[in-house]
Design a protein around this ligand. Structure first.
Ligand code: PHB
Length: 407
């Protein structure tokens, strides 16, 4: 098999890249290890930055998101018995949209398949070869057969545990990161939302978050032991913990409902440098992981493939490798800023070492400052709605090749 761009991994990064390339007349093949149903059912965070929603709309995959997604104009921080609102729109002029990641995946799969795109499900990548040549190859297995996909470029969008990053030769990459000493216990709940806008809460018992998926489904989380198991938590025990961390003195209480899913999310920060080796490019979780507290994961993946699609389009149009050569540098600037923001939100809102009262009081003071100072609130807000695309700040060569592209 041969294609122009071989994409290993059919999550939002891989599918969106394939879509963006198609719009510029570039062929690709997406290899996805899981089946379509499994992929479309995977529940991940659902906060889309302003720039992410714009890109989806501009490239024709945003219709259902615009209809069914919920536009949020602010978020709440709750601490020390108070709830304070950060006016995202008032402070930045921008909003966020709540729309599940798996809904984005569904929209992208349908769009790719309707356009005759090649998305191979249950195609498991085995390894990548000849990355330094002009014809890199992906070996994969589908059914009982082994295949080789020959390409001009390979893009690894196969997540943190995928094979792509491992294909960098010994010593060709550095990895930075940490695990956090807690996880998130997440539940999906049938029933009306408890709140219109998200609530991020710091409580003496630990972090909690109230989010939504739709007018009928709530998404709630609380900080738990990273090695805890969903089966240790009865519904009663979950609701007792939610109420303890979230209910306020003025009578507001979290709405209970039927719990239809429970899971424990591990938390880590991770960055791989560089994001390119030869003709292999990494994008999304294959290259970086952020803890979910800033809701940046999918947005970073979208920013990566936006730069990459531009670079590949430039290469096929003119033979120039200007953007491709700067891909890693351009993306990593944004990645590190989002990593810093996610780490900061996580640090401010979680209990790290049991009942360290000094640290807790520092966190309350920081939340009081962040919600009380317009400057500090604006800093949180501009990160939360998404920083502008980096290439605006980059060298002239990049500016020239990205002319006409708006953030
Ligand atoms: C979610 O709705 O799943 C969600 C929202 C905000 C976050 C993380 C996850 O920061």
């Amino acid at each position: 098999m041969r294609t122009m761009v071989g994409i290993v991994g059919g999550g939002p990064a891989g599918l969106l890249l394939s879509h963006l390339l198609h719009l510029q007349g570039i062929d690709s093949v997406v290899l996805e290890a899981r089946g379509r149903e499994e992929l479309e059912a995977e529940i991940r965070a659902g906060v889309l930055e302003h720039g992410t929603t714009e890109l989806l709309v501009e490239t024709g995959v945003g219709d259902r998101m615009r209809k069914e997604g919920a536009v949020h104009h602010g978020v709440n921080l709750q601490f020390d018995g108070r709830r304070e609102r950060i006016d995202l729109e008032g402070l930045t002029g921008k909003t966020i949209t709540l729309y599940g990641q798996h809904e984005v995946v569904k929209d992208l799969i349908r769009t790719r398949l309707d356009a005759g795109g090649e998305v191979l499900f249950r195609a498991k990548g085995l390894g990548l070869q000849d990355l330094e040549s002009e014809e890199p190859k992906v070996r994969f297995v589908k059914g009982d057969e082994e295949y080789e996909l020959r390409c001009d470029f390979v893009v690894g969008t196969d997540g943190f545990h995928g094979v792509s990053r491992e294909a960098f030769p010994e010593g060709a990459r550095a990895e930075y990161g940490r695990r956090y000493p807690f996880g998130w216990f997440g539940i999906l709940v049938e029933g009306p939302p408890s709140t219109e806008e998200l609530i991020y809460a710091l409580h003496e018992r630990g972090f909690a978050l109230v989010s939504t998926r739709s007018p009928e489904i709530q998404r709630l989380y609380f900080q738990c032991d990273p090695d805890d198991d969903a089966s240790n938590w009865s519904d009663d025990r979950i609701w007792t913990e939610m109420h303890a961390r979230l209910d306020t003195d003025d009578g507001w209480t979290v709405n209970e409902g039927k719990i239809i899913q429970k899971n424990v999310v591990q938390m880590r920060s991770f960055v791989c440098e560089p994001m390119r080796h030869g003709r292999l490019f990494l994008a999304g979780d294959a290259a970086h992981i952020v803890p979910p507290t800033g809701a940046k994961g999918m947005n970073l993946a979208v920013a990566d493939v936006r730069v990459l699609s531009r670079g590949l389009a430039e290469f096929y149009r003119s033979g120039s490798t200007g953007v491709l050569d700067n891909y890693s540098e351009i993306c990593l600037k944004r990645v590190w800023k989002a990593s810093r923001f996610s780490w900061w939100m996580t640090s401010m809102l979680h209990r790290f070492d049991g009942d360290n009262a000094f640290q807790y009081r520092m966190q309350v003071a920081e939340l009081d400052y962040v919600t009380g100072s317009r400057a500090a609130a604006t800093s949180l807000a501009e990160n939360y709605v998404g920083l502008p695309m980096e290439w605006r700040e980059d060298p002239e060569a990049i500016a020239r090749t990205t002319e006409g592209m708006d953030a």
